[in-house]
Design a protein around this ligand. Structure first.
Ligand SMILES: Nc1ncnc2c1ncn2[C@@H]1O[C@H](COP(=O)(O)OS(=O)(=O)O)[C@@H](OP(=O)(O)O)[C@H]1O
Length: 328
């Protein structure tokens, strides 16, 4: 693929002189998209790394900030939609005919990524359009966010997903935006990168463990959610999320005939979001909105990975999570 056709965050045409110098001293590797660099234990394409550096230099968390965090393809879009819907229900909209925000923009438009949205080009982006609570998102591991939890009550919600389904979801997504047919070689290449811990925002295991440990150490600041639990018991999980965010469902809400919980779950379901006009048109981060929605099934990896691939991943998981108390 021609370099210019890549989404901006994957390219290398937005680097300061300082970053070019830094990059020349970092461990690097190459995949089918381009070069990745390891900074503070995490792999980034060059422009994303510039965004990370800009973010680290310029971001000042506010007390009420909420950050949605994830490894790519773990349920980010869904979690963003749920968070928006939960907060939106607190607003008095009885007098207004305005569209729900989720009908006016894609969840990624409402909740921008810090490192490859807001801070991609500058360490001082204009954040004045955000009202409190400010909603942001990130794919960076927890330690690289450098949030001083002792001084800032800002909240982070992390969603984790079975890495085998993440892998297959990444494969579909990358084929879509590279405008390629589903190519098994691409899946094998992503699998190798994953196993070697060198994928974009990887290693996957370190990513998950950074937030897992953060959730144990700072339970009021970091909520750890699992995609599979959101699928199997959505009402329990959305209530958990609401409580963590400080906007629990009231008794009246729980008693409503077609309850608020159900309404939010329905509004944010894959079927509902993907059929909204806004998500059938337009794009974000050079990706067509529709590509953020596919099957949303647990265990889809079974249809694509070989037994050998599954076994290898399972063995790595066991080894990497040993002693952490984290189970998947
Ligand atoms: N509302 C809703 N409910 C359940 N599942 C959903 C929803 N929206 C998106 N999805 C599925 O999530 C997968 C995409 O992951 P992300 O949203 O993390 O992608 S991204 O990192 O933001 O690009 C991708 O999973 P796969 O279908 O397995 O590819 C999407 O289909």
């Amino acid at each position: 693929m021609n370099e210019k056709e890549l989404p901006e965050q994957l390219r290398d045409d937005n680097l300061s002189e300082e970053t070019k110098t830094l990059i020349s001293s970092l461990p690097s590797t190459k995949d089918f998209i381009g070069k990745l660099y390891n900074y503070q234990g995490c792999w980034y394409y060059p422009n994303t790394l510039q965004g990370v550096l800009n973010f680290q230099k310029g971001f000042k968390p506010q007390e009420t900030d909420i950050i949605i965090a994830s490894y790519p393809k773990s349920g980010t879009t869904w979690l963003k939609a749920l968070t928006v819907a939960l907060l939106e229900r607190l607003k008095d909209i009885s007098s207004s005919d305005a569209l729900h925000p989720l009908q006016s923009d894609n969840p990624h438009g409402i909740v921008p990524f810090l490192e490859f949205g807001l801070y991609l080009k500058s360490s001082t982006p204009d954040l004045t359009k955000f009202s409190s609570p400010r909603l942001f998102s990130t794919h960076m591991p927890l330690h690289t966010l450098q949030i001083p939890f002792e001084d800032s009550p800002c909240k982070i919600v992390y969603v984790c997903r079975d890495v085998k389904d993440v892998l297959v979801s990444q494969w579909y997504f990358r084929c879509a935006y590279l405008q390629k047919e589903l190519d098994k070689r691409l899946l094998e290449s992503l699998f190798e990168s994953l196993c070697n811990g060198v994928g974009y925002f990887g290693p996957f295991w370190e990513h998950v463990l950074s937030y897992w440990r953060g959730s144990l150490e700072y339970p009021k600041h970091v909520l750890f959610m699992r995609y599979e639990e959101m699928k199997s018991d959505p009402a329990v999980q959305v209530k958990r999320l609401a409580e963590f965010l400080g906007c629990p469902f009231t008794e009246e809400e729980e008693e409503e005939e077609s309850g608020s919980v159900d309404k939010i779950l329905e509004l944010c379901s894959l079927r509902s979001l993907s059929s909204m006009e806004i998500n059938k048109t337009g794009s974000k981060y050079d990706v067509h909105h529709s590509n953020y929605f596919r099957k949303g099934e647990v265990g889809d990896s079974k249809n694509h990975l070989t037994h050998e691939m599954e076994n290898k991943i399972n063995m790595i998981i066991e080894e990497k999570y040993k002693g952490s108390g984290f189970k998947y």
